[in-house]
Ligand binder design. Structure first.
Ligand SMILES: [Zn+2]
Length: 484
């Protein structure tokens, strides 16, 4: 059967601002229920909202990074519906004048090509509270308003996505950009990044194209569940089409929830249209004019995005693609890398060291890049010592940990602890000659083809130098002299 998969995504991003969207309650995850609430975020009569500037900034930063146009004037609207976790009876959102519109994002397709996914709009809103249902058999539900009023961005894509895996990559790209901007931690487990998807099929039959009914899929809480839910929907809609041949025109839209444990979607409701929400302008908040100079000042803060940086690292430093990817997603690590290789001819080694030894140390000790006691030029000094054969790669790893612990330079540690390798050829040659002379039977064994004898002789060289002989060099000299 000839068909296309049509997907559009709505991504919700919880901003990690200090306070909530319209009140001064702390914006944090979890905690004792109802400990971070006030009259505004619980919708008590007479309370008035005040917009958090950090919400506006976060929306503009994200909009610019997603190539959007930032509105000159934007306003908030009330989206009216009733639910226990929404005590006001409406959510402050944006309807016809969203802060950002008309952006796009490049995403890799399943064939390794690049596709431009349109972004219709990005708007600001507040999160709701959370219903908690008793899990001890009691027929009780509770509401926690800690999350109520948490600032949210909603990013609505055009229906440009063409496969479940492409949808995953799209959401991953958004997460990468938002994390890079530092405006959200985008943690799917804590629901600070959420995705709903609209999906249907265009079935091509005998020169005609039929659109199957659009389904909004909700409750996808991981990248894996986005992929699995959408793959399930493709199969389900295909068999529906084969059995009933219903089209979008006849059937309208519906909402289905993904049940992770079963890997299926189940019907929740036939989709409400936006008119059902009776949107109207929020009378308690004035429209906001956004000066162009302000937008430009935020554009400077956006700087080079991860995708651009990755490309530049590949072209400039010729490092492996995986390394470029890992470095580019962390601005601090990327800057550290560039400072390290500024006067260093081996960017591959620097990248490899950063992503193995340095990152390992940082993860084990919970150190951030700014708190790292090894400055880029100090790391460069250590790498140069490895390049010059002064220390082995193995010893250098120990030296690095000591540098990070003490803030001391590599040269000083190598000197003080007597870690310098003997890389002087004539010095090693003298030692090798002596060892062969003292162990003639082993030398004869090697010449007779017993390779184990070489290991023994090497051991003697190491013993004589107290482990400081440059192993590659010692091995070569030993073989040379045994052959002679
Ligand atoms: Zn509050």
């Amino acid at each position: 059967m000839n068909y296309e998969v049509i997907i559009g995504c709505e991504v919700h991003i919880q901003l990690s601002t200090e306070s909530k969207a319209f009140c001064s309650c702390a914006n944090l995850f979890g905690g004792e229920p109802n400990t971070r609430v006030c009259p505004v975020c619980t919708g008590l009569p007479g309370s008035l909202p005040v917009v958090n500037r950090a919400l506006i900034d976060g929306a503009i930063l994200a909009g610019l990074a997603l190539n959007c146009t930032v509105a000159e004037v934007t306003k908030f609207d009330r989206k009216n519906y009733i639910y226990p976790d929404l005590p006001k009876g409406y959510q402050i959102s944006q309807f016809d004048m969203p802060i950002c519109t008309d952006g796009h994002l490049e995403v890799e397709t399943d064939d390794g090509e690049t596709r431009r996914i349109g972004i219709i709009r990005l708007h600001m809103e507040e999160d709701t509270g959370k219903n908690i249902h008793a899990d001890d058999g009691r027929d009780l539900s509770f509401v926690d308003f800690n999350r109520s009023g948490t600032p949210l961005l909603e990013v609505v894509s055009a229906p440009d996505i063409r496969s479940p895996q492409e949808a995953v990559r799209y959401v991953q790209s958004i997460r990468e950009i938002v994390r890079y901007l530092g405006i959200s931690d985008c943690n799917m487990e804590e629901a600070s990044l959420r995705c709903d998807a609209n999906i249907n099929l265009w079935v091509h039959e005998e020169g005609e194209t039929y659109a199957t009914p659009i389904v909004e899929v909700k409750n996808m809480n991981s990248f894996r569940s986005i992929r699995n839910a959408l793959q399930y929907e493709v199969k389900r809609q295909l068999s529906e089409w084969k059995a009933h041949r219903r089209t979008l025109e006849a059937e309208g839209k519906s909402t289905r929830g993904y049940v992770d444990a079963k890997g299926i979607t189940v019907l929740q409701r036939s989709k409400e249209e936006s008119a059902d929400y009776r949107y109207f302008p929020e009378p308690d908040l004035k429209p906001i004019a956004i000066p162009r100079e302000y937008v430009e000042s935020l554009r400077k803060r956006v700087g080079e995005l991860p995708a651009e940086k990755r490309l530049r690292f590949l072209e400039t430093y010729h490092i492996p693609e995986r390394d470029a990817f890992q470095l580019a997603v962390s601005p601090a690590l990327a800057d550290y890398f560039e400072a390290t290789v500024a006067e260093y001819a081996n960017p591959r080694r620097a990248a490899n060291w950063l992503l193995s030894e340095v990152l390992k140390y940082m993860n084990a000790t919970g150190t951030t890049v700014p708190a790292l006691r090894v400055e880029p030029d100090a790391l460069r000094e250590l790498l140069l010592a490895v390049d010059a054969g002064e220390v082995s790669g193995k010893t250098a790893k120990e030296v690095f940990v000591e540098m990070a612990e003490t803030g001391e330079r590599a040269g000083a540690i190598i000197e003080r602890r007597g870690l310098k390798q003997i890389s002087n050829e004539s010095e090693l040659e003298e030692i090798v000659k002596r060892i062969i002379a003292e162990n003639e039977s082993s030398a004869d064994d090697f010449r007779a083809g017993k390779s184990r004898a070489l290991k023994f002789l090497m051991g003697q060289v190491m013993k004589a130098t107290r482990g400081k002989a440059n192993p590659q060099l010692a091995d070569r000299i030993l073989r040379d002299h045994l052959r002679a």
